[in-house]
Design a protein around this ligand. Structure first.
Ligand SMILES: [Zn+2]
Length: 323
């Protein structure tokens, strides 16, 4: 099996706003598109396994199997499941968040979609954020640098443990030669071993090689089933950006990103969304074509379980960000 074919602008996803408008002009067109992304090799009935190139579409977005008569919802199990809003509105939201260079604000989304309330826009943004990340899937592998950074306040980030009134963000970055591979980011409550352990286990494949500094919060790493390489930065004589070059790069890009979003004026409660979006973009930073990020987000949206507002706002949100 070769590598999957690269999606093509104008064929697999709309390359311009005009194409977007033409492609997604009706609910049926949107449903057809979801089905195409969800079943790229044609719809296969989960009941009897019959493969159909032209399954019959019934009302309410159901495919009817001609053989066993089973009905399959095109949107069940996806981000769009049981939505009360038109699919076209969802698609517009996805196009908007993937086209904004520094990420979409809830206010911006509210304006673009004409949503009645800021809270609705906020909920939408967070649902989309959950489609950008896939916890427990595609964990980091190989050699992985782990460190923490601090973000918040009035737009500056501070490196170094113990910074006050800032959110702590754990960073994991795969080492791929001289460049970082994929990354994971997550807000953590503190830099204790239990918080860092949870971040590592949620984001890094067992057996990987974890590289950290000599912080005591990393003492358990080996017992969790990883190879652990510790570099004592102060003793090594090298500055942190030499010892952990990938983390350093990610943290400085995160700084710039943070400043780009309304000069960092983001509520701490929204930080999870921005980290998800940053991770999504970073891990697809070769996707330069307009529309390709939209397509990638669509691919993930169709495999995502639905998220209720309660799940988003409920309690302590320590979900691991994956991309
Ligand atoms: Zn069937």
């Amino acid at each position: 099996m070769g590598k999957p074919r690269q999606p093509i602008s104008g064929t697999d996803y709309p390359g311009t706003f005009q194409e977007f408008d033409e492609w997604f002009s009706s609910e049926k067109a949107c449903l057809d598109y979801i089905a195409k992304v969800r079943w790229p090799n044609g719809f296969r009935c989960p009941g009897c396994g019959l493969k159909t190139d032209n399954p019959s579409l019934m009302g309410r977005g159901l495919y009817l199997c001609r053989k066993c008569k089973r009905q399959t919802s095109i949107t069940a199990g996806t981000l769009f499941h049981k939505t009360h809003k038109p699919l076209r509105t969802w698609f517009l939201a996805m196009s908007f968040v993937t086209s904004e260079k520094y990420g979409a604000s809830a206010l911006g989304l509210q304006r673009v979609l004409g949503l009645g309330s800021y809270n609705t826009a906020w909920t939408w943004l967070h649902k989309l954020g959950r489609a950008m990340v896939r916890p427990e899937r595609d964990k980091l592998m190989g050699a992985v640098e782990i460190d923490e950074t601090y973000i918040g306040g009035i737009g500056e980030t501070v490196r170094g443990r113990g910074a006050k009134r800032k959110s702590i963000v754990a960073i994991g970055a795969e080492v791929r030669g001289s460049r970082p591979g994929r990354i994971r980011l997550s807000v953590i409550p503190d830099v204790s071993a239990s918080s860092l352990d949870e971040f590592i286990v949620s984001n890094v494949q067992q057996g990987a090689e974890i590289r950290t500094d000599g912080w005591s919060g990393y003492t358990d790493v080996e017992t969790l089933g990883y190879k652990h390489i510790v570099t004592n930065i102060s003793a090594s004589g090298d500055p942190a950006h030499v010892v952990m070059p990938h983390i350093h790069l990610v943290a400085s890009l995160l700084d710039r990103w943070w400043l780009g979003i309304h000069q960092g004026a983001i509520r701490a409660s929204h930080l999870d969304y921005y980290l998800d979006e940053f991770t999504f973009r970073f891990n697809r930073r070769t996707s330069k074509k307009r529309g390709l990020l939209f397509y990638r987000l669509m691919e993930q949206a169709v495999e995502c379980a639905p998220v209720s507002r309660k799940m988003i706002t409920g309690g302590h949100n320590l979900h691991a960000t994956t991309g």
